[in-house]
Design a protein around this ligand. Structure first.
Ligand code: PLP
Length: 422
């Protein structure tokens, strides 16, 4: 047998992986568990335990309300600045607050309000449903004068820049897309599409949830107006950790936060009765942040900086290519199909596989093989590669587990009735 398809080869790849020691920075309770869902909930950085302990005990416990003046007030900005360094933004352009969905609401509303004469929003059918729901809600809120143009995907996996271009015109107020599609892993050309949006006078807003921490992003080079993203996926920030938002420096005075609140006020502690926004990224804050969860984000963000985003991307590329090569060898003959772009330049850090029995196969992976992927309707099995801690051995084992399940049809003992899906 070709050496490439052996466990020995996977182990050799792990031994020569220059990022291998980063796995030790994460809590791994069961080394035999194959965890390929870091793009849904990243593993726990060990330092996060210390951070939560420090903020709960030393600060909340001992310092009480004094802790606000001793760092808590500035935490959203301080961690925002660190995230800025991962996405090609500058200091003072990113802040951490609220959820991704709420941040999309804030920034999309700000963009629409700044273009009152324009009546079209462009997005696509590969987008995360919550993003579409937020846009639909905004259309109602703005008096049903907008049309959402949902660009279709010809192959169900990708969308061409030309297809977006066809939907843009001088009525377009906003182009709101997700940079890496949550199901297929397709990566947009952010720079090309932002440029097209600008040529029509529209705002470009990018959701970086499935990109940040795994795919290099350069918001400055692409001259992106607005962006949002999640911190609990590749940033390993913890369940429900607050999200981030980015507003390009020159737009900060021009755009308004639609949820004006005291944390966005220029003189928060003067308790004036009239809202006067801060003249910084702080104006996009609203209310008191969840400090314990916010503070915990820093551990994961620091680790990404320490590894370096280019090195992480290089490993992610190598891992997803390795996974696909093994798939082609072992699973394609068993009727499994690739549901992600084959060209790595068009792909983020996860790969989807399709099979008519996808749901039951997923159940078998989790319940009898100690492999955790996730599942996206209707028959999509999604495997995420988090280069800080995913090993080649895990990838090899996941493929072998799939092969075993398919060859022995062990999935047949599971119900196809959907239980809670993560
Ligand atoms: C994960 C994800 C979200 C999550 O939104 P929440 O408000 O945190 O629930 C939103 N958009 C995209 C594209 C995502 O991948």
């Amino acid at each position: 047998m070709d050496k490439k398809y052996t466990l020995e080869y996977a182990k050799e790849l792990d031994r020569t992986d220059e990022l291998r020691t980063f796995r030790d920075a994460f809590h791994v309770e069961d080394p035999a568990l194959v965890y390929l869902d870091g793009n849904s909930l990243g593993r726990t950085p060990k330092r996060a335990f210390n951070i939560v302990q420090e903020h709960a005990k030393d600060k909340w416990g001992n310092r009480l309300v004094r802790a606000w003046g001793e760092g808590w007030m500035m935490l959203s900005e301080r961690i925002g600045d660190k995230i800025a360094g991962l996405i090609g933004a500058e200091t003072g352009e990113v802040v951490v607050a609220d959820s991704t969905s709420v941040n999309l609401f804030k920034l999309a509303a700000a963009a629409l309000a700044d273009h009152p004469e324009r009546t079209e929003i462009v997005t696509d059918e590969l987008n995360f449903p919550s993003d579409l729901y937020i846009l639909q809600g905004l259309v109602k809120l703005f008096g049903n004068k907008h049309t959402i143009r949902v660009v279709k995907s010809e192959d169900g996996l990708t969308i061409s820049t030309a297809a977006i271009a066809r939907e843009l015109n001088d009525k377009t107020a906003l182009v709101a897309l997700t940079a890496t599609a949550f199901k297929s892993g397709f990566n947009y050309n952010i720079e090309a599409i932002t440029k097209l949006a600008h040529e029509k006078g529209a705002y470009a807003l990018w959701d970086l949830s499935h990109s940040v921490g795994a795919v290099p992003i350069d918001l400055k080079a692409a001259n992106v107006d607005l962006a949002i993203g999640c911190t609990y996926k590749y940033l390993n920030g913890g369940p429900g950790a607050p999200a981030f938002l980015y507003v390009r420096k020159d737009l900060q005075s021009r755009l308004s936060n639609p949820i004006a609140g005291w944390f966005g006020h220029g003189n928060q502690f003067d308790f004036e009765l009239e809202y006067k926004p801060a003249d910084s990224i702080r104006k996009f804050l609203t209310g008191t942040p969840s400090i314990l969860s916010l503070a915990a984000i820093e551990a994961g963000v620091d680790l990404i900086h320490e590894a370096g985003i280019q090195k992480l991307r290089a490993k992610s590329v190598q891992q997803s290519e390795y996974f696909i090569e093994l798939f082609e060898h072992a699973l394609k003959p068993l009727g499994v199909v690739l549901r992600s772009p084959r060209d790595v330049r068009e792909r983020g850090s996860h790969v989807s596989l399709g099979h008519p029995e996808g749901y039951r196969i997923d159940q078998a992976l989790i319940q009898e093989m100690q492999v955790i992927p996730d599942f996206r309707n209707p028959d999509n099995m999604r495997f995420g590669f988090t280069p800080l801690y995913t090993t080649y051995e895990e990838i090899f084992k996941a493929i072998e587990a799939l092969r075993h399940i398919l060859e022995h049809k062990t999935y047949e003992q599971y119900s196809s009735e959907r239980v809670i899906v993560t």
